[in-house]
Design a binder for this molecule. Structure first.
Ligand code: SF4
Ligand code: SF4
Length: 364
């Protein structure tokens, strides 16, 4: 992740303005309970001060955070607030790591306090040394797009280059091979127009995230290897095709996320059943791709000659799933923030739940 690639000099340069050194910084990022552990904030943070490495929730390192608000501006779920920096505890004499669980939530880490307030200003406040309003207690919802409570992306950008400390670039620094997996995703969708059997490769996007989460990798797939998420970042961020609003509260609510997961898995099971019917000879193969589980698109220009009909049927069904999820992701990318799909992606929900369960097990 790019945030981990900061040079020591970069970090030292910025920590000169950090509260740890005793000056200026009045705010700190705080993550609410609805965090989906997508890891977008970690990519946005120029200091590596926030991480979703555990896969169940993001956590802020108070000794690194300088309250710039970049993470809050990037979070697709809109669950990060900038709150007044808590005073260091006299007992420990210094900063701690805040995982910011919501009060009363059973799925939050046990450490840290509940921060559900909103920022009083933008990122410029980090250098202005002005008082900030106290967080609003108890609210699980975040400020709406365009609200004065939210740090605007544009102001963050200008602040970082004018009055604030000169942040090292969070993007572009230390590119890795996996930063280009969006090409594979784009290629995958394109190849389905020419040979539907390439759809089978989509199983990688189903199995790898689950296996990584089960065997201790957390949500590393979402954080690093999800080409589709990268594609949304590219289209919505670099090409500015995104409205840039945080996802609405209903989209990040548990009932919607788990309801969508249940619906998604039901449709997936139905697709497997159809494949079985073709395999058993109970029905013939249908050479169609179904978009949004409703619109049947004729796909009969691709040749399936010489292929077992059940294998082709599975490919049509799986391609339908991948195309549908991409179209949904593009719609929410356009309406909200670039990676809003990550807020309700069934794979993201499943892997987060696996990490949550593993985390609970580890604490017993
Ligand atoms: S939802 Fe994603 S971007 Fe927002 S705090 Fe959680 S991990 Fe970070
Ligand atoms: S407020 Fe700035 S420094 Fe703090 S975690 Fe967010 S991006 Fe990083």
């Amino acid at each position: 992740m790019s945030s981990s690639s900061k040079s020591p000099s970069d970090v030292n340069m910025i920590s000169g303005a950090n509260a740890v050194s005793g000056v200026k910084v009045k705010k700190i990022a705080s993550v609410a309970a609805q965090c989906v552990a997508c890891g977008v904030c970690a990519k946005a943070c120029p200091l590596g001060a926030i991480s979703a490495a555990g896969g169940h929730s993001a956590a802020v390192s108070t000794d690194k955070c300088v309250g710039c608000g970049r993470c809050a501006a990037a979070c697709p779920a809109g669950v990060i607030s900038m709150i007044p920096r808590p005073a260091p505890s006299p007992s420990d004499g210094g900063p701690t790591v805040s995982s910011a669980p919501a009060a009363g939530s059973s799925d939050r880490p046990a450490t840290g306090g509940s921060h559900s307030g909103s920022a009083a200003g933008s990122a410029s406040s980090q250098a202005a040394d002005v008082p900030h309003s106290a967080p609003t207690a108890g609210s699980a919802d975040r400020p709406a797009a365009g609200s004065a409570d939210r740090p605007a992306a544009a102001s963050l950008k200008s602040t970082a280059t004018s009055s604030g400390p000169a942040f090292p670039s969070a993007r572009g620094a230390g590119k890795h091979w996996y930063d280009y997996l969006w090409i594979a995703s784009a290629l995958y969708l394109t190849l389905g127009f020419f040979n539907i059997l390439f759809a089978w490769l989509g199983l990688i996007c189903f199995l790898v995230p689950l296996l990584l989460a089960i065997f201790g990798g957390g949500k590393v797939y979402c954080h690093k290897y999800c080409g589709r998420g990268q594609l949304f970042s590219l289209l919505g961020g670099k090409l500015r095709l995104s409205a840039g609003r945080p996802a609405p509260a209903w989209l990040r609510s548990r009932w919607f996320r788990y309801g969508f997961l249940a619906f998604f898995m039901t449709m997936f099971a139905n697709m497997l059943y159809t494949t079985w019917l073709v395999f058993s000879g109970a029905r013939t193969m249908h050479q169609i791709v179904t978009l949004l589980w409703t619109f049947k698109l004729p796909w009969n220009w691709v040749s399936v000659a010489g292929v077992a009909s059940w294998a082709a049927q599975f490919a049509f069904g799986f391609y339908s799933v991948m195309l549908t999820s991409t179209v949904l992701g593009l719609i929410t990318m356009a309406l909200f923030r670039p990676r809003s799909w990550c807020v309700y992606c069934p794979m993201g929900t499943m892997t987060q739940e696996i990490c949550r369960l593993k985390n609970r097990g580890g604490r017993r």
